[in-house]
Design a protein around this ligand. Sequence first.
Ligand code: PLP
Length: 476
Amino acid sequence: MDPEAFRRYGYKMVDWIADYLANGKEYPVLSQVEPGEIRGALPARPPQEPETMEAIMADVDRVLMPGITHWNAPGFLAYFANTGSGPGILGEMLASGLNVNAMLWRTSPAATELEQVTLDWLRQALGLPEPLFGVINDTASSSTLYALAAAREALSDLEIRQKGLAGRADVPRLRVYASQEAHSATDKAAMTLGIGQEGVCKVATDDELRMDAAQLEQAILRDLEEGWRPCAVVATVGTTSTGSIDPVAQIADICEKYGLWLHVDAAYGGSAAVDPQMRRVLDGCERADSLVVNPHKWLFTPMDCSVLYTRKPEILKAAFSLVPEYLRSAQNQDEEVPNLMDYGTSLGRRFRSLKLWMIMRYFGQEGLAARIREHCRLAQWLARQITATPGFELMAPVHFSLVCFRAHPHGIDDEQQLDKLNEGIINRINASGRFFLSHTRVNDRYTIRVAIGNIRTMEHDIHALWDTIQGQPSQS
Ligand code: PLP
């Protein structure tokens, strides 16, 4: 594609995206295709002859669009809604144009240094104290894996990096602690790191679904007696099911007492701290050894962008740094600038900081905070309607922009019947095409989740959702 053709198609593509973002309501938010439908509409054999961009884009419209679930739509309220904001999309576009691989400092000094500067801005915006080293990964699952690899590396007497875990009679079984409400990323990390799912101790939660710190300490003491080697605690600020917040300061006390690594999963909830009024949600996190926050969840950054912070970058580096001859450079010896390949399993690294940098500049902290505040206000409004309406009940406190509730009509107390009723409500709403909701179980009860997090979700959307939930035709 020559530069002029690129320019022509590039303008068309920008027009396409701008129209898409403006007219999102034309599509059902949750794709309505059947499994295999998209694959069946595409040729099984690779194209042999060149095709025009017109033909390719026609197939995007005809074949792919029906199979898109529209995360960028205002009615996307499932899982944790996210946003491809304008400056974020443009940042992605520029990153593709530059096509930088920031594995070493010298393979693009600007990419490495912009990542450090942007993450230091974000640190300040979140109210976290220096020194804190940050690195961008694809997802919180990777960030959690790396954090727990560092926690394992911190048990330096075990020499796990050199000797591994398998077949070693001299190594006790390792234990990681997380609440019953923690994200499965912790289990996956334990599976990957040879700690195993049995190595994850699920600590009970209190009546607000927060890790019970007293139970955590009892579990550690019991494990020590039984010969386990406690390694790390994962505390969550904003759990996936309900947005509950573990008592991080109390957990930090316990980690300090027993010498355990404290990792905080603030993948969703952490972004709220850019609003000074919400900063308290990160209380105690200044004592964490590592913390993950995902701008691709609630900081209007397109997939993918997960920030891993650590107060102990030297341990993270010790877990991962391995420099073969062909990657040696003067900066391998020079501590002044990091080589970002040293802080995880990937060598190649996308220029992800570019989009975050653009977002932080375009909105400013004030603009980001205002949008987060508005999402929380809408969540509180919805929670008030639920509490005030007979036949509905809130299932968990609302700390952020996530509302968990269910229909519970007077006279129906059979749990299976209630599960079916609420599943039916979600199915009806998702089939309407206007909204997409997902569910969880709270205290084993089927629960509807409304996760407000898209920058395009407005007050009238949430009002219309509430009408729809109650079975009334929506007013807007
Ligand atoms: N932690 C929490 C609290 C989450 O809610 C999620 C996903 O929703 C994750 C971790 C995993 O995030 P990712 O998809 O970035 O791996």
